[in-house]
Design a protein. Structure first.
Length: 471
């Protein structure tokens, strides 16, 4: 689709989305409908809240994938990145040579082109940084378009498309579609590119760290000479990628030698302070990871013309993001938190921040190895180390084990042995019901339970709170 010129897009009257219930897909479908395009969609996971979101906005959603859904021959078919060969609708598109594209391509041509695109990338902190940046712009009346892989409490939705010149987007290094194996972020036309950090992740599509570096190199090449690359100057994996001359580069971080450096950092149980020359920022975030995220936002917002006071006013009003150290409730005196963390670094940094907030309480960490990286034994050793700040660790069954060869799988028994060797109370419990029973029986009032999973995990949070409440 990349070779089809812009004018073709103005002639599109009907669009079908295969896999329409993803947050970004659904938001784009609604935005197209608001532009007057006839929109349909299909998905095998049609349930609230996404089904309601689409129905309320008069988008026809078919449950399941069948060729008949495309019989009306839409002008364009948008293929979600979870769709693979063998999907009946994908096969119909190829058989009948229907014009089709990925969601990132659709965004590029319909929504981003001509705007000032601020793209936030990196292994960790993308969602938090993008949410905070979008909120800084929104709070200061700039009405940005945004697309975020989570739901910021202040904004109430993960995506919005406006007429303003600003487009703020979370740039994912995951691949684009079955017919386009480039990272999604190469489609987002960055004027300002933020790279938070760079580590190995997504073991299902990247063979090693060098492959991820190559993908980020491709992204860096897209920044225009009147744009800006903002990169974490403290990250050793990122450093070799920053010796470029085609666009300005500014490094941010905590170490000496960064153009934007945070100093006099003070970590408190409910807030964090840091300074840049001439200004002290207060945030209601916790931990070092979030100082870096906030620093990236400060650097980007200042580059785009916002003042320190305007940025601080937005920080003051920021309420966080669902599934990022999100308080789900307190029952029987036990605090239950939800976190999306699934990479060892994210788990380690989150627990470190939590330790600042709860210095004397016992902290339980419940972990579901669910991503394509943590199901494998790539981070076998690092995972054990990442729980250093937890007192008790519960590991659940590795998801979809049957799809991995035995020698590739994460070994929960070895993980347990390493955790116990480090003096932790650790237990492997395969299913959610057993985990709830164990924690409800053993957790005492005043203790803290944090659940790490990037999925629904059997609605463990609500069920655990209910059990604790009846204890």
């Amino acid at each position: 689709m990349g070779h089809i010129m812009q004018p073709m897009f103005s002639q599109i009257r009907s669009v079908h989305f295969i896999g329409v219930c993803g947050t970004a897909m659904a938001s784009a479908a609604v935005a197209l409908r608001e532009k007057g395009v006839q929109v349909s969609g299909s998905d095998q996971n049609v349930y609230p809240p996404m089904s309601t979101f689409l129905a309320e906005r008069k988008i026809d959603v078919m449950a399941g994938y069948v060729e008949q859904n495309l019989a009306y021959k839409p002008d364009l078919v948008v293929v979600g990145n979870a769709i693979s060969r063998g999907n009946p609708e994908a096969e119909y598109v190829l058989d009948h040579k229907l014009p089709h594209c990925s969601l990132p391509e659709l965004l590029k041509h319909f929504f981003i082109r001509g705007k000032r695109s601020l793209v936030v990338t990196g292994t960790h902190g993308k969602t938090t940084t993008t949410s905070l940046l979008a909120w800084v712009f929104e709070h200061n009346g700039l009405n940005p378009s945004f697309l975020i892989g989570g739901i910021p409490t202040n904004l109430g939705q993960g995506a919005r498309f406006t007429d303003s010149e600003w487009f703020i987007i979370e740039g994912d290094e995951y691949d684009t579609a079955f017919f386009d194996k480039r990272s999604k972020f190469v489609h987002y036309l960055p004027e300002v590119a933020i790279i938070n950090n760079l580590e190995f992740d997504h073991a299902d599509i990247f063979p090693n760290l060098d492959a991820i570096k190559t993908s980020f190199k491709h992204f860096i090449r897209l920044v225009p000479r009147n744009g800006l690359l903002l990169a974490n100057g403290d990250d050793s994996n990122l450093r070799p990628l920053l010796n470029i001359t085609h666009c300005p580069v500014k490094r941010f971080g905590l170490g000496e030698g960064n153009a934007i450096q945070a100093f006099n950092i003070r970590y408190g149980p409910t807030a964090t302070e840091f300074e840049i020359p001439s200004f002290k920022f207060h945030t209601n975030f916790l931990g070092e990871l979030n100082v870096r995220n906030a620093l990236a936002v400060v650097a980007c917002a200042k580059h785009c013309g916002l003042k320190n006071q305007q940025i601080q006013a937005a920080f003051d009003a920021f309420k966080g993001i669902k599934r990022r150290m999100e308080l789900r409730g307190i029952a029987g005196g036990v605090t239950v938190l939800d976190d999306f963390g699934h990479h060892p670094t994210a788990i380690r940094e989150t627990l470190r921040a939590l330790r600042i907030k709860y210095p004397h309480q016992k902290v339980w960490a419940i972990f579901e190895p669910r991503t394509n990286t943590t199901r494998r034994n790539i981070f076998q050793r690092e995972l054990a180390d990442s729980f250093a700040d937890a007192d008790a660790v519960v590991i659940s069954q590795v998801a979809r084990l049957e799809l991995l060869a035995p020698e590739e799988r994460l070994d929960p028994e070895r993980l347990l042995a390493d955790l116990k060797g480090a003096g932790k109370t650790a237990i492997y419990l395969p299913d959610v019901e057993t985990i709830i029973g164990h924690v409800a029986k053993n957790a005492q009032g005043g203790e803290v339970v944090i659940v790490f999973s990037n999925g629904g995990f059997g609605n463990i949070h609500s069920r655990l709170l209910e059990r604790l409440g009846h204890g």
